[in-house]
Design a protein around this ligand. Structure first.
Ligand SMILES: Cc1cc2nc3c(=O)[nH]c(=O)nc-3n(C[C@H](O)[C@H](O)[C@H](O)COP(=O)(O)O)c2cc1C
Length: 266
């Protein structure tokens, strides 16, 4: 458990105990004791849920994480047998209106790797390529970029999802590849709409799409079925769902995962 996790759990415990404590003061004065107990239980559950889900949400909006990439990168190298996959990733970095000297506040949720500001998925893609020697391509918007502010991006992305928008992206040629490693963030429980554009723009028939997702809570959301629907004749292989704060330490997990794909032990 990292210090961020420890902080989150302690904050949640203090918040929940505070609510129970306050509730017990109320309980002694309450006329309807049963109702008071129900109220305390409900308020405690809400406080607990706020702590577990709210603290990571605020973390993502308020801070970026500084790492030394050289210290994090595993020494192990994966030797891929056969036609190497292409790593295709989507990230806010490069697709947002950040100033060139984006700082840790406006770039909240991003990583600072050896002084360079990077998107979470950009760093993951770099790690994969350094471990394997694969090539990578970024899904890059051709039109308007997302706002620099994290919370404004949430709003724009929510509207795009409702409208099932397909923002234009630079072409990426996947025709020479038998498999793609798609590295993408969870947005509103879904794939970001530029990722949908990329999937629709290309022919994945007969290809394998390995999935690596990053997120701020857990799981793949609806993304596996969304990708299967967009690429009905591809084999879609979920690989890892990585919590954003765990990304800098994901190197060994990636080594094991990619090795297992290559030997067919999925
Ligand atoms: C527009 C937007 C929507 C998001 N929606 C979710 C979500 O529904 N669930 C979640 O766990 N994380 C969500 N996140 C957090 C991102 O998935 C997470 O921070 C990701 O690692 C960001 O990758 P990036 O830095 O490469 O852009 C969202 C982030 C953004 C910007």
């Amino acid at each position: 458990m990292g210090s961020a996790d420890l902080h989150r759990y302690l904050a949640t415990a203090v918040l929940t105990l505070g609510v129970i404590h306050g509730g017990m003061h109320g309980f002694w004065h309450a006329k309807r004791k049963k109702l008071a107990v129900v109220g305390i239980v409900i308020a405690s559950i809400i406080a607990f849920a706020l702590g577990i889900f709210g603290v990571p949400f605020l973390n993502r909006q308020k801070r970026s994480v500084e790492i030394s990439y050289a210290e994090k990168q595993p020494e192990a190298i994966v030797e891929w047998q056969g036609n190497k996959p292409l790593v295709v990733y989507f990230t806010r970095m490069g697709n947002s209106n950040f100033e060139p000297d984006v700082d840790a506040v406006s770039g909240a949720s991003l990583l600072i790797s050896d002084g360079e500001m990077m998107g979470n998925n950009q760093l993951l893609a770099k790690m994969i390529c350094d471990i394997t020697g694969f090539e990578s391509e970024a899904i890059t918007l051709t039109g308007e970029k997302y706002p620099s502010s994290y919370s404004d991006t949430i709003v724009v992305a929510g509207d795009e999802l409702k409208e099932q928008a397909r923002p234009g992206v630079e072409p990426i040629d996947v025709s020479e590849y038998d498999s793609i490693i798609l590295v993408y963030p969870l947005w509103w429980g879904s794939i970001p709409m530029p990722v949908a554009t990329f999937l629709e723009d290309n022919d994945f028939d007969g290809k394998t799409i390995y999935l690596i997702i990053t997120q701020g809570s857990s799981g793949y959301g609806n993304t596996i079925s969304e990708i299967e629907e967009l690429c009905p004749n591809a084999k879609v292989v979920p690989g890892a769902s990585i919590y954003c704060e765990d990304i800098p330490d994901a190197g060994n997990q990636l080594v094991n995962l990619i090795s297992s794909w290559n030997t067919g032990q999925m």
